[in-house]
Structure formats: C-alpha cells, structure tokens
Design a protein. Structure first.
Length: 127
C-alpha cells in the first residue's frame, strides 16, 4: 500500500467526518479534489474504501480493517509535519514509528488480500 500523504489525510478525514463536503471543508480544498484523491487512493490500494450512499460515505470492511492501524501512522505523519514547520526535521525516534506503522498497514493489507475470497463470498450472499 503506497498512499501519499494527501491521500492518507483524505482517508482519515473521510473516516472521521463521513462526507466529502465535510472533508473538503476541513482540508480547505474543493470537493472534486477530495473525490479525485479518494479515487486515486482506492486505485492504488486495489479496493474501495467507501460505499457511496446519497450524501454520506459508509466505510467498507476493508477501510474499517486498516483504519485503526492507520491512526498511529496519522499521528506519526502529524508529528513529522509539526517538526518540519518548526524547522527541526523528523526526530530520530519518530522515523522508526512511521516505518513500523507503515509495515503494520502493509501486513494488514496482505492479510486482507488473502481473505478476499471470504469477503467476496460474504458480499455475494448479501446481494
């Protein structure tokens, strides 16, 4: 999984706020920009993160699976941005944290890939 920082931020905001409109306002970008970043993230990941329902987004099982682990990554990214703004760069102790969380997300993504037939079977039964 190789999301860039903006795509990661879009994912976090959409999980927290539940709508493109709210995420766009929180990020100070346009709604089409949020939609494009979400589509790009889903394309990179190879699965949908949200089910579109009228004006709301409902997280998919995959999004719910990776989001809790992503919270640590979001915290590390926030710390890194804060360090950049202060001119101090990334502290030595922050770099391993970011790498560890990324590895954890990659592991969960791989676990998801091996469970795809189960998800597909469950979706087929629901539909």
């Amino acid at each position: 999984m190789n999301l860039d920082l903006r795509e990661t931020e879009v994912f976090r905001r959409l999980m927290e706020l539940g709508s493109v409109t709210a995420a766009a306002a929180a990020m100070h970008v346009s709604q089409p920009a949020v939609t494009r970043m979400l589509q790009k993230a889903e394309q990179r990941l190879g699965f949908e993160l949200f089910v579109r329902e009228r004006r709301r987004l409902r997280p998919t099982a995959e999004a719910q699976l990776i989001f809790p682990e992503g919270l640590g990554t979001f915290a590390a990214i926030h710390a890194r941005r804060a360090a950049r703004r202060s001119g101090s760069g990334v502290a030595d102790h922050q770099q391993p944290l970011l790498q560890r969380h990324r590895a954890c997300l990659d592991h969960r993504h791989d676990a998801h890939r091996s469970a795809e037939p189960l998800y597909d079977a469950a979706r087929h039964r629901e539909g």
